[in-house]
Design a protein around this ligand. Structure first.
Ligand SMILES: Cc1cc2nc3c(=O)[nH]c(=O)nc-3n(C[C@H](O)[C@H](O)[C@H](O)COP(=O)(O)OP(=O)(O)OC[C@H]3O[C@@H](n4cnc5c(N)ncnc54)[C@H](O)[C@@H]3O)c2cc1C
Length: 348
């Protein structure tokens, strides 16, 4: 226990604020969390809807490269609390974890609900208090200024304040970036928010969108500017999203910002060489191209994507195999910050 416990205020009850609360309270400090929303961790719960991806199982040096330019300043923190520690923490809350086929790590339940429930219980047992429906508006002298559910001003003092206000994606879940001007006025340097881990617009034909929107492309690889990622993508009415797209999204976004559009290559058989795939395809005989591809194990949406991106289909088995391993998909815009999984930018 510290010789003189301090009173900490954490603003923001997302995973960042909750984790900070746990560390501070476990070290013997008094912690109160304030959030504008009625319930904590709304975005964390939504994150668990499609399978909560906690971390990745790859070796740490490779993992760190995923942080791009932020690796320089984040590496020390991540080395101090590496993915195994996060898994152990999750398992300590009663949620076993597992490594998916893409190497990503998930809780066995795939969801955030039971993890959050156990986490909030732990925080309560550590004496952390939660103050919902309090919107932070800035400072009044040394005090923090909030409005409560009744619209009344509330002033709160603490030894230290930790801002865990999130970014600006999915604003209806609480983080709308409304704090940017307050901090800027105080001289804090802030980079504009941009979508990260988001989807992209693709000018699909109406026929393809009607046939394939909402369908997944499983066990594919996507390559952009020399970076290749394995995983899944989801075809949408307007374009494409999902794991492999998110993994490449910073580079895709920057390329579109610079050139107006960019091309992503999709490999439908990432674990086969062109030669092996050509051999598997074999002779087509009198079969239609669709039947031929179906017989070789391609899904309807994979075949749809091949048709959508390949105007000249009069190809030898070898050229066909090469094409199926490099379908060019033209991305024309990001689907925007409000729909992105997370935000780039913020306090520099
Ligand atoms: C659809 C979806 C799927 C996702 N999937 C994953 C995934 O699988 N794996 C993963 O790691 N991440 C995923 N994420 C991202 C993840 O949810 C976020 O990165 C994470 O929630 C960020 O945590 P945070 O604590 O920094 O911010 P947030 O979770 O955004 O929390 C910030 C909190 O601050 C509060 N707040 C903001 N301003 C104020 C104010 N002025 N006064 C009071 N309170 C305020 C907000 O109400 C909010 O509760 C996903 C996100 C989405 C939308």
């Amino acid at each position: 226990m510290p010789s003189s416990p301090k009173r900490f205020i954490i603003i923001g009850a997302g995973p960042c604020g909750l984790m900070a609360a746990e560390v501070l309270a476990a070290a013997g400090h008094r912690v109160a969390i304030y959030d504008r929303m009625p319930n904590p961790a709304r975005k964390f719960l939504i994150a668990g809807r499609g399978g909560l991806n906690l971390t990745h199982s790859e070796p740490l040096d490779a993992f760190l490269t995923r942080y791009g330019a932020a690796e320089d300043w984040l590496a020390a923190s991540i080395r101090a609390y590496p993915p195994e520690s996060l898994r152990a923490w999750c398992e300590g809350l009663g949620e076993e974890t597992f490594v998916g086929s893409s190497g990503r790590v998930f809780p066995r339940s795939m969801k955030a609900v039971s993890l959050l429930r156990a986490w909030l219980k732990r925080l309560e047992s550590l004496g952390v208090t939660y103050h919902p429906r309090h919107t932070w508006l800035g400072w009044h002298g040394n005090a923090l200024r909030f409005t409560d559910a009744a619209g009344q001003e509330v002033l709160v003092e603490a030894n230290a304040t930790l801002l865990a206000l999130g970014g600006a994606s999915w604003p209806r879940l609480g983080s709308d970036g409304g704090w940017v001007d307050m901090l800027r006025t105080e001289g804090v340097e802030i980079a504009p928010f941009r979508p990260a881990n988001g989807g992209f617009m693709v000018p699909w034909t109406a026929h393809f969108a009607a046939q394939c929107a909402g369908k997944p492309l499983k066990a594919i690889a996507a390559t952009h500017a020399g970076t290749r990622r394995l995983g899944e993508a989801m075809l949408t009415q307007q374009g494409i999203e999902g794991g492999v797209i998110y993994a490449l999204s910073a580079g895709l976004r920057d390329a579109i910002d610079t050139h107006g559009e960019t091309v992503l290559e999709i490999d439908l058989r990432p674990n086969m060489t062109v030669d092996a795939l050509a051999e598997k395809l074999g002779g087509r005989g009198s079969k239609s191209l669709s039947t031929y591809l179906k017989k070789a194990g391609f899904s309807a949406e994979a075949i749809g994507l091949f048709y959508e991106t390949t105007p000249n289909r009069d190809l030898s088995p070898h050229a066909l195999a090469a094409r199926l391993k490099a379908l060019p998909v033209r991305l024309t815009a990001s689907t925007g910050l409000a729909r992105a999984i997370s935000s780039a930018g913020g306090v520099t």
